[in-house]
Design a binder for this molecule. Sequence first.
Ligand SMILES: Cc1cc2nc3c(=O)[nH]c(=O)nc-3n(C[C@H](O)[C@H](O)[C@H](O)COP(=O)(O)OP(=O)(O)OC[C@H]3O[C@@H](n4cnc5c(N)ncnc54)[C@H](O)[C@@H]3O)c2cc1C
Ligand code: SF4
Length: 535
Amino acid sequence: MTKGPVLVPVLGDQLSHGLSSLADRSPADTVVLMMEVWDETQYVRHHKAKIALIFSAMRHFAEELRERGFTVDYITLDDPANSGSFTGEVSAAVARHKARGVQISEPGEWRVRQMIDAWRESLDVRVRVLPDTRFVCPLPDFFEWAAGRKQWRMEYFYRDMRRKTGLLMDGDKPVGGKWNFDADNRGGPDADCRPPAVAQFKPDAITREVLDLVAARFPDHFGSLEDFAWPVTAAQAAQAFDRFLKTRLPLFGRYQDAMMAGADTMYHAVISPALNIGLIDPVEMCRLAETEWREGRAPIEAVEGFIRQVIGWREYVRGIYWLTMPDLAQANELDATRPLPEFWWTGETQMACIADCVRTTRKTAYAHHIQRLMVMGNFALLAGLSPQDVADWFLVVYADAFEWVELPNVAGMALFADGGKLASKPYAASGAYIDRMSNYCGQCAYDVKKKVGKNACPFNALYWDFLARNEDKLAGNPRLANPYATWRRMNADKQAEYCDSAAAFLQTLQPARKGWARVEVGGGPRIKSGATKHA
Ligand SMILES: Cc1cc2nc3c(=O)[nH]c(=O)nc-3n(C[C@H](O)[C@H](O)[C@H](O)COP(=O)(O)OP(=O)(O)OC[C@H]3O[C@@H](n4cnc5c(N)ncnc54)[C@H](O)[C@@H]3O)c2cc1C
Ligand code: SF4
């Protein structure tokens, strides 16, 4: 019988000291394995800043584990012996350390779960997969919740999470007598709106080394590294969140849906990149936010709105992901097949709203929720872009993008590709919505008030064309009764004008060149990890 240590692989989004796979391990009997592998940088060709964030945070976390007395076997991307895959590295490490078993926390992505399940066959040691306890709702509980319902709706799930955590509760009643204060939120932008700056972290020596590595190895990936300032340790994430609590939380709800050109973060927390890789705990964040309300520093509508996003939406989309995969990745209820336009990558479009969203995305690997949903997502929905192309884009471009949270938001919330499992209606809107919630239209080459024709805002004709195109699938949705009633009241000429105008615009879209999101099949040699170092 082998007496070697237990090997604990810690993945790039598992950087939490309370991780289930580490919780019962003593340093004397454990080797932690951390791996920068080529395959994970390429299954989609991530934004440069996303790769830099994950590698830098991993290297910092490895240092912290060593300080706690753990032996950390850290495989860098440029290690000449790096096999390029999790499976290759775990198998090599089992042999190298004569490990008696492998223990890992469940991964965040279905693809990786398949890989880990296959280790049970390919490795001749015991593989133990533990639940990820960094979420409020264990997956079996979510499956049970969903199984008992005809329709899944976030609002009811969220109430259960409030009861479970005791957040914003007065005994068994919600504080203030209601669960949801959204009616007091969601104003548009105004002239007095001056969002305070978010916390920025100057790269230290570890981060600088990673930035050099990423610049050298991923030169043609989307995005820029110039403004890299993400928190890469738990201490920095706590500092960033504290800045949010003190300076932006009070107006979080008021400006939650507002967009202003150049105000890239508005009053949002800008915490998802650190949160999703495990540098900060979601419930702890919510307790701190609740304290701001209890001590009178932030209004209930802001705090409830924030907590709903974290223990409501974030937990809900995770449950939906694991419940509906792998089908969700192929879902296409509205038969949308148009390829992504090139300007989604370059930002070169006269549509001011899209140009601004792509600009901030390239620069920082971040855009706030309403830019993602009501500009990029809305355009994709109305133009009938392929859900798989859109999902690839979202997975590439945001520093917080991991499939468990990205895909349900794209396929379910933005594109209605799941046929309404996640959301009760498509988030479709014309230019009037963007005009009301932003200051983009005043700076745009298109005229938001014009409905059809050459310089009319494209969202206007696309909106009606979308409803017309999908009438057989959507007209029965009670939440779309009003728009369909308006559509039917229009005379045939007017309807045709909208559809012709939309068709003329769609014809101008230049499909994106291949290779932005995924390495082209047969598109030249696949450069393996370590190979370029010595080239
Ligand atoms: C099409 C689309 C794609 C998205 N892709 C991602 C993604 O890849 N990764 C990701 O973390 N979020 C994603 N979201 C959700 C949301 O836009 C981001 O979580 C949010 O913009 C992160 O910025 P923030 O920390 O400033 O969030 P805030 O607006 O300050 O909200 C606070 C926190 O609430 C959580 N949250 C809010 N809305 C959602 C939501 N719809 N789903 C899950 N969590 C939510 C996040 O953890 C966020 O950090 C997507 C939304 C859409 C519409
Ligand atoms: S006019 Fe239309 S395209 Fe231009 S910014 Fe407004 S919504 Fe966007």
